[in-house]
Design a protein around this ligand. Structure first.
Ligand SMILES: Cc1ncc(COP(=O)(O)O)c(C=O)c1O
Length: 454
């Protein structure tokens, strides 16, 4: 909502927050126009997801049997926030000092170590043995990690590559750092049985163009368990993308190449460390690693450890030269210092303590598996019911969401809302928040989609 202050002036002019202007220009000037810079003026508060969530809540409050498929937090079947009880217990046991003190600017050493394992899983050791070095900086959530990448790895005015379906806030991180983006399709228009979920020729087309225009290129890829579709790339798809990117770095040795894997939902996926597997496979197959190539993994503990509000994550980077990973550590820690100071300490401490023992790690995993089962069952039920009713759901494998492509997502979501099913219309389709639905709601969602499509 834009906020206006209108007051009729004696001469027919109107006042718009401290400035008298003519009626003709009135419609173009926003509250605070004299205070905010141009970038701030472009920021508007109407978040689609929260808007549709509010509609669900209003329907519920007015006594309707409404279904919530809106928000991006994992809920139990009774609608309460799903909490990993082992993490919760670890946080509650935190000593005073770990709650109150600053963390070191780059992050607590034990947490930085853990973040590398969370990012790379069992491939960490073999990659180390193969001569790779890792950088890591603790950040306020995965969002902080994305900010660090946007702030440091391209020049202002340059363009990042995203898939055409992507998490909406990416745009804000990029625009606030003077960057724009160009997209390639999530799904290829040509059938490709070898890697059905990687549109290679379109990817290479955009990458080739950017390599001609820029001295640095960066790809952001939210995989596995993509938000908003739940898509996870296959082993072949990952290998093909990595091969394209490495080849581009070799061909364009004066162009810096960053592949950023946004792993926000990875620890709920079937192959949580698929990207580390792909990189290790390529290295073991003797693929060269040009020095103008870096892979970054944006780690978020918000979902994996159900500590959304404790704002904990990390940017982990991989490169064979230690001089480069040392430099990444410095640059990212200084950027954090200049932006949010240090990331919060408490979860860095508690989570690394918890994972430091075998029992702690196993107990977390058991809880994570319990939560993951909620998603697996809801997704399986949705897929079965959609295919029985001929609803063309997008490929969806892992994580919090499923997706239905649509040329008119708002009309589709509005039609579902007529049946008291609340989903989120986004660019190109409707997001179905499996994370928020109860298993028993799935049938109702599919009936609403079927009604909407008819
Ligand atoms: C795709 C994606 N990336 C990153 C994030 C960052 O999450 P956080 O900053 O809470 O760790 C989210 C959160 O919703 C997300 O959906």
């Amino acid at each position: 909502m834009l906020r206006w202050r209108r007051r009729i002036q004696p001469q027919g002019a109107e006042e718009c927050v401290g400035r008298t202007i003519s009626n003709a220009t009135m419609g173009l000037v926003m509250a605070g126009e004299q205070i905010f810079n141009a970038a701030a003026s472009a920021k508007q508060g109407s978040d689609t997801i929260f808007g549709w969530w509010a509609r669900y809540q209003n329907a519920k409050a007015s006594g309707k049997d409404a279904v919530n498929g809106t928000i991006g937090a994992l809920l139990e079947d009774d609608g309460s926030l799903a909490i990993n009880k082992v993490v919760d217990a670890a946080v509650r046991a935190a000593p005073e000092l770990e709650i109150s003190a600053y963390a070191p600017l780059p992050g607590l050493p034990a947490f930085l170590d853990l973040s590398k394992t969370l990012a790379l899983g069992e491939c960490r050791g073999p990659l180390e043995e193969a001569g790779f070095h890792f950088a890591s900086t603790a950040t306020p959530g995965g969002s902080g990690a994305l900010y660090l990448a946007a702030n440091n790895l391209l020049e202002r005015g340059q363009t990042v590559m995203l898939r055409d379906r992507h998490w909406g806030p990416y745009k804000g991180f990029l625009v606030n750092n003077g960057l724009s983006f160009r997209t390639w399709p999530l799904l290829s228009s040509q059938t490709n049985t070898e890697h059905p979920y990687f549109a290679r020729s379109e990817f290479e087309g955009v990458l080739g163009e950017l390599c001609k225009e820029q001295d640095k290129v960066m790809v952001w890829l939210n995989d596995p368990a993509h938000n908003p579709t739940g898509l996870s790339m296959t082993t072949n798809g990952r290998a093909a993308l990595f091969d394209s990117f490495v080849s581009s770095a070799l061909r364009n040795e004066n162009v810096g190449h960053t592949l950023l894997i946004d792993a926000a939902y990875a620890l709920y996926a079937d192959e949580p460390h698929g990207w580390a597997d792909t990189i290790l496979d390529a290295v073991e197959d003797g693929a060269p690693w040009p020095s103008n190539l870096v892979v970054c993994i944006s780690v978020s503990l918000s979902k994996s450890h159900t500590i959304y509000g404790l704002r904990t994550g990390a940017l982990v980077s991989i490169h064979p030269e230690q001089e480069i990973t040392d430099r990444i550590n410095t640059v990212m820690a200084v950027t954090g210092r200049q932006t949010w100071s240090a990331a919060p300490r408490i979860a860095q401490y508690c989570v690394s303590e918890m994972h430091s023992t075998e029992e702690g790690g196993a107990a977390w995993e058991e809880e994570r598996d319990r939560l993951r089962t909620l998603l697996v069952e809801r997704r399986a039920a949705l897929k079965t019911a959609c295919s029985a009713k001929g609803i063309p759901l997008n490929p969806t494998m892992d994580g919090f969401f499923a997706w239905l492509e649509s040329d008119d997502p708002v009309a589709l979501a509005e039609a579902c809302a007529e049946k008291e099913v609340y989903l989120v219309p986004l660019d190109g389709g409707v997001r179905i928040g499996l994370c928020a639905l109860a298993l028993s709601d799935v049938e109702k969602v599919v009936d609403a989609l079927s009604y909407a499509l008819s």
